[in-house]
Design a binder for this molecule. Structure first.
Ligand code: DGL
Length: 277
């Protein structure tokens, strides 16, 4: 089984692409809706919540966990990979969403001027800057947080003027810096992809992060048969979703709320189950 973890609904944008690219595996999606949003929380809090969630997913039998949340990837992934995992689940793996997107951005950027937008925690952590500089120290990175976009998306205000104005304000300084590539460093922003593209203009490539993450995961599994061979494939005892795949959708808050909003994020009807971490 592959576990997909997010603070709430947003990771479904990433999961949708993973499921499309890798339809033969069974999955557990876990959204920590009870404690979401993570985007304004401290590093300690995000780390604590993420460690608990990942531990839960490994206990359910996952061999590989993808942290689909940018904030959790920024604030918790490194410590989990370097300190926690080797002590607790040495045969399992945890991957995040920042590394794959950074690799792609560094590859496609024409002039080495990259913009990053995300939640306040993600931006303050400077995780994208650190990873991009590791990839290529000559890159110039400009970033900005857009904390209002998560609630606007969750309220379904995708095409509203308030949302457009918020994006415009968030992109103003990046536009002035003449970036050539833009990373949408938050799970919710791909739902606003068209607006971001329109506002930033044709000369800037806006990366489709969920697609990139899914493609890089396919590549990772090909390169790591020792992990791939241990991941459980589709099992009929698991709940079947509408694509006929084995998927369980777990949430730490109300399952009804998760089903309603989650179905919008993933684009098909889903059945949620409430769990306690
Ligand atoms: N999933 C979070 C992220 O990608 C956005 C929502 C939240 O703040 O919890 O950063």
């Amino acid at each position: 089984m592959i576990g997909i973890f997010d603070s709430g609904f947003g990771g479904l944008t990433v999961f949708k692409e993973i499921k499309r690219a890798l339809p033969d595996y069974s999955y557990i999606y876990l959204g920590d809706n009870l404690r979401a949003p993570y985007g304004g929380r401290s590093q300690e809090a995000v780390y604590q919540f993420t460690e608990k969630a990942v531990d839960f997913l490994f206990k359910q039998g996952c061999r590989l966990v993808i942290i689909a949340c940018n904030t959790a990837s920024a604030e918790a992934l490194r410590k989990l990979q370097q300190e926690w995992l080797p002590k607790n689940y040495p045969d399992c793996r945890i991957l995040g969403v920042i590394r794959p997107v950074v690799e792609e951005a560094a590859k496609i950027s024409r002039f080495g001027r990259i913009g990053v937008v995300g939640t306040k925690s993600t931006i303050d952590s400077k995780a994208y800057i650190r990873e991009l500089k590791t990839e290529n120290s000559k890159l110039q990175i400009f970033q900005n947080s857009c904390p209002l976009l998560v609630p606007l998306v969750e309220e379904g205000m995708i095409k509203k003027p308030e949302t457009r104005m918020t994006i415009k304000k968030c992109l103003r300084s990046l536009k002035e810096r003449e970036i050539d590539t833009l990373i949408l460093g938050c799970t919710h922003y791909p739902l606003l992809m068209k607006e971001f593209e329109r506002i930033i203009g044709k000369r800037v490539k806006v990366l489709d992060a969920p697609k990139v993450v899914a493609e890089k995961l396919v590549d990772y599994l090909n390169r790591h048969p020792e992990i791939e061979s241990k991941i459980e494939k589709n099992k009929t005892h698991l709940r079947q979703d509408h694509g006929g795949q084995a998927v369980r959708y777990l949430t730490t808050d109300s399952s009804e709320k998760f089903e309603t909003l989650g179905s919008k994020f993933i684009g098909s009807k889903i059945k949620g189950e409430k769990v306690e971490l």
